[in-house]
Design a protein around this ligand. Structure first.
Ligand code: GRF
Length: 234
């Protein structure tokens, strides 16, 4: 093993009894400040998430999300990607750490790493991401500036299941916000972030309460096909 297990803070043993599985378990992966984690925690505390956040993993030592998790009494693990010789080795340790909670859902919340296809396949149909654009527009970085440069009238955010492509995979839920004449990338990002905090807990709830399913490879909600851009929020 070439990973940085010395920095891993995880202490929770793997689940052993079926009784413990009556709760749905979520692992959150993040790299930064963790405002989406906070919104998921708030929903969980209000009993609106359909499950519990049982593990938070960060790949960067300074990630603010780690402190949020620790303050909430959630198990955390720091797996510093810079200690790994390859993306594959990092993803193997990441997956092994996540498997300790046998997650019903793995939630990417500002996790700034491209995952290997093996990792994505391992958590297929139980791996979600939120992206700050109206996918399929603007995968990747600088989404708000790109929307402004393009003269778009609306921006937004999309929750999607993760496939092997960058910011790809079937959209679940999408929220639009208007772009104003005076908007900058910063003001737009703040407006989009507000709706991120609404749609991510909702989409996680849909997954954990079995409202979402795949039928012949097509994503459905309540047994009806989800539109190509995801269900529209409001
Ligand atoms: C969010 O804008 C999210 O859409 C993107 O990364 C950012 C994470 O923010 N994937 P935070 O760490 O949750 O505050």
């Amino acid at each position: 093993m070439d990973g940085n297990w010395a920095s891993s803070l995880i202490t929770r043993p793997a689940f052993t009894s079926t009784e413990m599985r009556s709760t749905k378990h979520i692992a959150v992966l993040l790299s930064g400040r963790g405002s989406n984690l906070q919104s998921l925690l708030d929903a969980s505390h209000a009993d609106l998430l359909g499950g519990a956040i049982s593990l938070v993993v960060a790949n960067r030592p300074g990630a603010g999300g780690l402190e949020i998790a620790q303050s909430a009494g959630i198990e955390t693990a720091l797996i510093d990607h810079t200690a790994y010789v390859s993306r594959e080795a990092f993803d193997l340790d990441l997956a092994a750490t996540i498997e300790t909670i046998s997650p019903d859902l793995v939630v990417l919340a500002g996790f700034m790493r491209i995952l290997t296809t093996d990792f994505v396949a391992r958590f297929e149909n139980r791996l979600m991401n939120i992206h700050p654009s109206l996918l399929p527009m603007y995968p990747g970085l600088n989404t708000h500036q790109r929307a402004l440069d393009n003269g778009d009238t609306h921006a937004g955010a999309t929750v999607h299941y993760v496939s092997g492509e960058l910011d790809g995979g079937p959209p679940v839920l999408q929220a639009k916000v208007p772009i104003g004449a005076d908007d900058t990338a910063k003001t737009l990002a703040a407006r989009v972030l507000k709706v991120e905090h609404q749609i991510y807990p909702e989409a996680v709830n849909w997954h954990l309460t079995d409202k979402l399913s795949f039928k012949d490879g097509v994503l459905c909600k309540d047994d009806q096909p989800v539109p190509l851009r995801g269900c529209l929020w409001n």
